[in-house]
Design a protein around this ligand. Structure first.
Ligand code: AMP
Ligand code: MG
Length: 190
């Protein structure tokens, strides 16, 4: 049986990884398995070996040609994984030179997702989550700017659907309602 390829996106700090982990726990109880992988980790493993950066949060400041090279490399490696795969990544990455598409045409052609999930919540909730996350070097930006990024991600996700025919699901990860977000995500992964 061919597996499902699902892409999970959302601005930094929205809680993608948390929602994914909760949703996968629920599905496991029903005997549905997904291999969860992180696109950024595939890129970072190469960036580390080449001594380009020491921290995964420095990658969005690398030269954009380098970002694109590592992105293509990651896409090719991920395309080889079979079965149900859940890819934690970004619809767009905020670089020093503007928004970089997380899934440009050549990445989509490698992965050919069935579904793209956009994890979203209120701009000011994201701002507070970023301020309280000491494990990461999150961008310090105001809620208006976070709002622009979320809006841009919806727009670029629509273009990804046009290129692949994949469906787009928006999951809201509101404060105190993680369980609801996990249920909404699990529903589209069944
Ligand atoms: P994350 O752990 O999901 O926040 O990802 C860490 C970093 O990996 C991001 O800040 C980006 O620099 C990079 N990254 C992740 N996914 C992509 C992608 N699809 N295209 C380009 N860069 C990416
Ligand atoms: Mg994450």
């Amino acid at each position: 049986m061919v597996g499902k390829k699902v892409i999970i996106t959302g601005v930094p700090g929205v809680g993608k990884t948390t929602v994914v982990n909760e949703a996968l726990k629920k599905l496991k109880q029903e005997g549905i398995e997904y291999q969860a992988i992180n696109f950024g980790t595939f890129m970072f493993d190469v960036a580390k070996t080449e001594n380009i950066v020491q921290d995964r949060d420095q990658m969005r400041t690398m030269d954009r040609t380098v970002q694109k090279r590592l992105q293509q490399h990651a896409a090719q490696a991920i395309a080889k994984i079979s079965g149900n795969v859940l890819i934690d990544t970004h619809a767009s990455v905020k670089t020093l030179k503007g928004y970089l598409p997380g899934l440009p045409e050549w990445v989509l052609r490698e992965i050919m997702p069935d579904l793209i999930v956009l994890v979203e919540t209120d701009d000011d909730q994201i701002l507070i989550r970023r301020l309280s996350d000491e494990t990461r070097s999150r961008d310090k930006e105001g809620s208006k700017v976070i709002g622009e990024h979320q809006q841009f991600n919806r727009a670029i996700a629509a273009s990804y659907a046009m290129l692949t025919g994949c469906t787009i699901k928006i999951v809201t990860n509101a404060d105190f309602l993680l369980d609801r977000a996990a249920d909404d995500m699990a529903a589209v992964l069944r």
